[in-house]
Ligand binder design. Structure first.
Ligand code: RP5
Ligand code: MG
Ligand code: MG
Length: 279
């Protein structure tokens, strides 16, 4: 089985060269660490982007922390986050990097993760049972990320003012069905079928994602929702095609040995429990 993971996901570091390595015991802010003095880094390519905040010191920037700020959601599902010297603090603790890194928003950056599942079936269309656990094998639509090459849930950021339910559908269609490159007729046909399928979802998780892009002052939170095709005749029978920031897409058998991006495996573990499937 997977090595036991602390149920408390400490922010991980990604490009280690620019991050201070934070030992687990020093992650929580209330653990004293006088010498902690990480780099402050905000990627140049995000400055001025419509989806990015200005710098904290910008005189025109008056963010409303811990609430809806116009059509930007600056509330955290983890509770009220602290503001120290005008900077919002990552609710999980130290990440080894200050600033925004590659994230657009100071504080929470809201994402949505559609977990589309079906049962694995054999040639005679019977649901396959795993011999070790005697439980049915669940599959989910996974994409391979362009940035890290890791397999992941086809999630994406919630646009300002966008409903999470729309983000879930939009990101799935962009990354797993490549609608951005389909013609108008195909896109409308896809929206009709998918629209119906995405009407009924089950909330799996709302909260912090242990994403390698997280920093001390900017982090990703998500709403993960399961859309299950029990008969396998709806989206389960759709031709998948990777698009946008996904370079590959496929139905992946779910099991505890899966290695997935960020803390996605923990979201997948919740969908297993929901369907009493093999793990
Ligand atoms: C993860 O990053 C979220 O769980 C979601 O899957 C994804 C959103 O970021 P992009 O896919 O837009 O990079 O933390
Ligand atoms: Mg996307
Ligand atoms: Mg994405």
């Amino acid at each position: 089985h997977r090595k036991c993971r602390s149920h408390y996901y400490y922010p991980r570091t990604n490009n280690t060269k620019s991050r201070v390595q934070v030992p687990d015991e020093k992650v929580p802010w209330d653990t004293k660490w006088e010498e902690y003095n990480p780099l402050t880094y905000t990627a140049s390519h995000i400055v001025g982007q419509p989806w990015a905040d200005p710098d904290i010191t910008d005189s025109n920037f008056h963010p409303q922390w811990n609430k809806m700020d116009g059509n930007i959601n600056r509330e955290s599902y983890m509770g009220v986050y602290q503001i120290v010297d005008s900077y919002p603090l990552n609710p999980l603790g130290r990440t080894g990097l200050r600033g925004r890194g590659v994230l657009g928003r100071w504080g929470p950056n809201h994402a949505a993760d559609p977990v589309v599942t079906r049962w694995r079936r054999d040639k005679s269309d019977n649901v396959e049972i795993h011999q070790n656990t005697n439980k049915p094998i669940l599959q989910f639509v996974a994409i391979q990320r362009r940035d890290t090459g890791e397999w992941a849930i086809p999630g994406g950021m919630v646009d300002p003012g966008e409903m999470v339910t729309s983000t879930l559908k939009r990101e799935f269609m962009e990354e797993a069905l490549n609608v951005l490159e389909s013609d108008y007729a195909e896109r409308e046909k896809c929206k009709a079928t998918i629209g119906k399928f995405f009407e009924e979802g089950e909330n799996l998780y709302r909260g912090y994602v242990d994403d390698p892009r997280n920093t001390d002052n900017a982090w990703i939170e998500t709403v993960a929702v399961n859309f299950h095709d029990d008969s396998g005749t709806s989206v389960g029978a759709f031709p998948l095609c990777a698009g946008d920031d996904a370079v590959n897409v496929r139905w992946v058998d779910i099991g505890c040995d899966l290695s997935l991006y960020a803390s996605h495996i923990d979201i997948i573990e919740k969908v297993v429990a929901r369907h009493i499937a093999h793990w």
